[in-house]
Ligand binder design. Structure first.
Ligand SMILES: [Mg+2]
Length: 290
């Protein structure tokens, strides 16, 4: 088990009957190779991993529509890619060019640009199903997510797939989580939601009465009290066993006071990092190899 899993606060998982997943940057990741190739035309040396780190910074500090954001997110994708480019050190003009190319590619490919299936996704889904855990998907998407899951070879794992564009409601609105749970005939407290963005995925799921786990692939949420994994495969380790016995890591949920402290720290960090985004520190993080 990695350090993140070992340090993750305990999760009381006894009685969990279902795990619901986000898709973008959880079950399948952005094509960082494509973006790096485009970004290198303006900023030589940027690697796919560097783009991945920039993406992680955007998700933590720089971008994601909050509650009340429109469900049909016209312009979301280019704006999101533009923010990644900005964190990768590109000028706004260069970022717009990369974003336009990415938007075209995203629309042209049936799989979209979040098309790099997590290497541990199939194994984790299989292992959870083996334990008798029911599986579902709740995704802020553009109406294509079910077809994309078929392309990825993952659709068969899920009882329910809810796409915000088709549902008419998007995360973090609790109603989209409740929609999936209603289709599964489950109360919220018997389900866990796994996603890569704190506000949208973890907070949204918790407001819906579920338990949230953050998939922190690039370890940018190390200072929060949220249950998190840095590899999808570690989910299996933090869930209860088939016979109902909890894993040794399980215990109590994070206290409210700790959560408030985390939110304040995150807000302060966001301000500081925004000021530094063109400075050396963030550039070094993005360009670090390995
Ligand atoms: Mg996501």
């Amino acid at each position: 088990m990695d350090r993140a899993a070992a340090q993750s606060p305990a999760i009381p998982l006894r009685g969990v009957r279902a795990v619901l997943f986000d898709v973008g940057n959880t079950l399948s990741h952005l094509d960082y190779g494509f973006l790096a190739e485009r970004i290198r035309r303006f900023a030589p040396g940027v690697t796919p991993d560097g783009v991945g780190r920039a993406d992680a910074l955007v998700r933590r500090y720089g971008w994601e529509p909050g509650p009340g954001a429109p469900v049909r997110r016209t312009g979301f994708f280019p704006a999101y890619v533009g923010a990644i480019c900005e964190w990768a050190g590109l000028s706004e003009t260069a970022g717009l060019q990369v974003a336009a190319a990415a938007e075209w590619e995203h629309r042209a490919r049936p799989s979209g640009l979040w098309n790099r299936v997590d290497p541990e996704a199939a194994a984790v889904l299989g292992a959870l199903a083996e334990r008798g855990v029911r599986l579902g998907v709740v995704s802020n998407a553009d109406g294509r997510v079910e077809d994309q899951l078929r392309l990825f070879g993952l659709r068969e794992h899920f009882e329910v797939v809810v796409d915000s564009d088709r549902a008419g409601v998007a995360k973090p609105d609790p109603r989209i989580f409740h929609l999936a749970l209603a289709q599964m005939g489950l109360p919220p407290d018997e389900a866990v939601y796994v996603g890569d963005i704190m506000d949208v995925d973890v907070d949204g799921a918790e407001r819906a009465g579920m338990r949230g786990v953050l998939y922190d692939r690039w370890s940018v949420w190390t200072d929060t009290g949220t249950p998190r994994v840095t590899r999808l495969g570690h989910l299996v380790g933090i869930l209860g066993t088939r016979d109902g016995a909890d894993h040794p890591l399980t215990g109590t949920a994070r206290p409210g006071r700790e959560r408030t402290r985390c939110l304040k720290r995150a807000a302060a960090s966001r301000l500081v990092l925004r000021q530094r985004r063109n400075e050396r520190q963030s550039t070094a993080f993005v360009r670090r190899s390995g």
